[in-house]
Ligand binder design. Sequence first.
Ligand SMILES: Cc1cc2nc3c(=O)[nH]c(=O)nc-3n(C[C@H](O)[C@H](O)[C@H](O)COP(=O)(O)OP(=O)(O)OC[C@H]3O[C@@H](n4cnc5c(N)ncnc54)[C@H](O)[C@@H]3O)c2cc1C
Length: 413
Amino acid sequence: MRVAVLGAGVIGVSTAYYLAERGHSVTLIDSAASVASATSMANGAQLSYSYTDAMARPEFVPKIPGLMLGMDPAVRVKSLGNLALVPWGLRFLAQCTSKKARENTLAVLKTALRSRDLMTELQQRLDLKFSHRRAGKLVLLGDAAAVAGARKRAEMKRSCGCETQVLTPAQALEMEPALVAMEGAFAGAVYSDSDEVGDPLAFSVELTRWLVANRDVELRLSEEVRGICSERGRLTGIRTNQGEFQFDAAVVCLGPWSESLLRPLGVRPRIYPVRGYSLTLPPGEQAPSVSITSIKHRMVFSRVGEVIRIAGFADFLGSDTRGDEQRIRTLLNTALRFAPEAADYGAVDKKPWGGFRAMTPSGRPLVGSTRMPGLFVNVGHGMLGWTLACATAQDAAEAVSVNTVVSYRPLPS
Ligand SMILES: Cc1cc2nc3c(=O)[nH]c(=O)nc-3n(C[C@H](O)[C@H](O)[C@H](O)COP(=O)(O)OP(=O)(O)OC[C@H]3O[C@@H](n4cnc5c(N)ncnc54)[C@H](O)[C@@H]3O)c2cc1C
């Protein structure tokens, strides 16, 4: 099978890997001049296998009016004229029941745990260099209600074999002494021992290099995908700024840009682009080694190789990036107040970055076939694309392969 993988972020590159392992001939196409130069470039770097808690849950609903009014500096919502947000927001609200939150959290958890095993397997085979290590992860909780909620979710996750612990502040401090230099009390923390960190950009670059050298994989950069070609309802190829090309199948891995390619075909993944930002700095005197998430500040700190990655915020502004500079300044000031010794904030090059999380209302990615035979998707990974990359890529490759069998199976006599 000749398969086009559209988009060379961490999802597209991982999908190319699992397709190539199944013996397909893969063409990986991206409009950018290098792989992983969009949302996969400088994200929080956390392989957050245990912390898959759905954002859509009942406790979130009372916070919405405050968020809309701009009362949380870590969230910006453009409500006027932001037409795409309304239907997405209504779907998101429909997911905010206890039942749906439980289903969504556990579904993503199972995928994440599978991803962890697949990442271990992949690393045993290829030994890629991307500052990958088992860092553990602490999620700091602001008050007693948050601790009680976290205890319930930890119990629920245990049924899937996920061992997270809820720690007291003293226990958390023992786990990560650098917390002593972080501002404000916290009421407790969720600790996941087996969570990891790794640089998604280095992973994507290294894996692509390996694929091109060792498998039937072609990389085509600076080529913009403009449409899907079809005959009698079946995909026959793709159209790019370079012309039309025949393929047996295509997997759309365009993250937040998937919607505009798919909508004319009647495929609606219902993705909203939620913007977040990061800074990458040299470590400070009290740089944490364990990954830290502060729920109150909507911010993560990850030690990736020789640097500290600080990432966070959630802006619902459509594709508007005009406020990036100011938002990155706010991120820097919040980090400086919260964790003044975690990083060398005076560094000249702070490597400011912004990316769009492709969020579905449920927080679950969409992986598999579409109504058009030959056309597949691997999109909507939201806050956890790096974490879920291996498992969703394997699922996408499986869907392509199974469909092949179905479409080419001889008719029964
Ligand atoms: C601030 C922030 C922090 C995050 N932290 C974490 C974290 O700690 N852990 C985690 O698991 N996840 C995290 N995420 C989420 C994660 O980064 C994403 O889910 C993941 O990168 C999505 O990968 P992707 O390949 O789907 O998308 P992308 O990396 O955006 O790839 C899509 C690709 O499509 C290309 N493209 C677009 N249009 C076209 C076209 N027409 N033709 C050809 N190519 C095109 C783009 O150039 C791009 O390379 C974070 C996200 C943000 C914003």
